[in-house]
Design a protein around this ligand. Sequence first.
Ligand code: PMT
Length: 399
Amino acid sequence: MQRLTNRQIVLGITGGIAAYKSAELTRLLKGAGADVQVVMTPAAVEFITPLTLQALSGNPVHLHLLDPEAEAGMGHIELAKWADMILIAPASADFMARLNSGHGNDLLSTLCLATEAPVVLAPAMNQAMWRDPQTQANATSLQTKGIRLLGPGVGEQACGDTGPGRMLDPLDIASQAAALFDRGLLTGKRVVITAGPTREALDPVRYISNHSSGKMGYALAEAAIDAGAQVTLISGPVNLPAPQRCQRVMVESAEQMLAASLENIDQCDIFIASAAVADYRPSAVAEHKLKKGKEEIMELHLIKNPDIVATVAALKNKPFTVGFAAETRDVVHYAQDKLTRKKLDLIIANDVSRSDIGFNSDDNAVTVVSHDQVQPLPLCSKRQLAAKLIDIIAAKQPR
Ligand code: PMT
């Protein structure tokens, strides 16, 4: 269920008596940390009120395909793009038939056509309807198209019949949906990720630092966890909660980040250095707060910090080592230089001259540079980008 944390789930509800269970499902998904947008078909509204689902999801419920108000806010295409998963529970026989035929005559079926996210159905219907050859053919065809079916279960039905067709219990649906986020690409791998800025103290109250928010590194940690890895996140000071199912080590300075990295490097398979580490630190840290003097100019004496990623890449049993290169010009060229100089396996070139990407933004666009390839990855959220980067890194691991 922890895999649902921060997931964006469209919960589709179609017309069926099991729709009452969707209230509990919404509560469970929200409780597991997912952001839930509920979409109801006209028939679903006959079984449960949108108000109940609005209260439980904390979001307005989406009912109509052609809703000018919704289109001005989160329209159907935005909703289709927003979703990490479209989970339809209950999925009626009629909805399965329409989905299988590619209909787009209501909001929910249109979303299924427009989304690139996985579509998951929890069928619910009378046992005879489920057994009907056409429903069976639809179920098989939908699965062939990559749509996942959860259930249905077998047992007593609301109509008094007994047999297959019951919607699974909300807890089973939520846990099976959560399990679908584990893509298993890094199962059994240990991943260490550095994230955020470092702070290099001048005195007890002042430091040198940078604008790194940690968002990129934390998104990578989440993506690696979702891929099944055991993750240690070595983080500079940031205002982000620790990802679940991850060991987080908080540090301040570059020297502390190096020490924490080396302490966690045993049996590490992949090291990803996304932290913005200060290249220099004050040569001495004043014991007391530095006082303002008469001088107009104050000179700081700085010494070079150890290079964490290069130190890791130079280890005898080095892990697959990935660096980031934050550059404001000649981005790919400088990244290639760092790749070779620091003896890395891969480097992610990040243009930090743009205010819409890089430091402290929610989005990013990068170029993945290896020794034989240059691969641009276009603008998207740091979360989506992290998933792509983890896919690329995972593909380079020995199986
Ligand atoms: O944290 P966010 O706000 O989400 O922003 C993300 C980011 C812009 C910080 C991130 O995407 C990024 O580009 N991180 C690398 C920043 C950086 O310090 O780049 P660099 O080119 O100076 O360093 C090259 C590589 O060496 C990096 O992997 C860095 O972690 C590493 N390094 C640098 C200096 C040092 N002393 N030790 C290091 O390990």
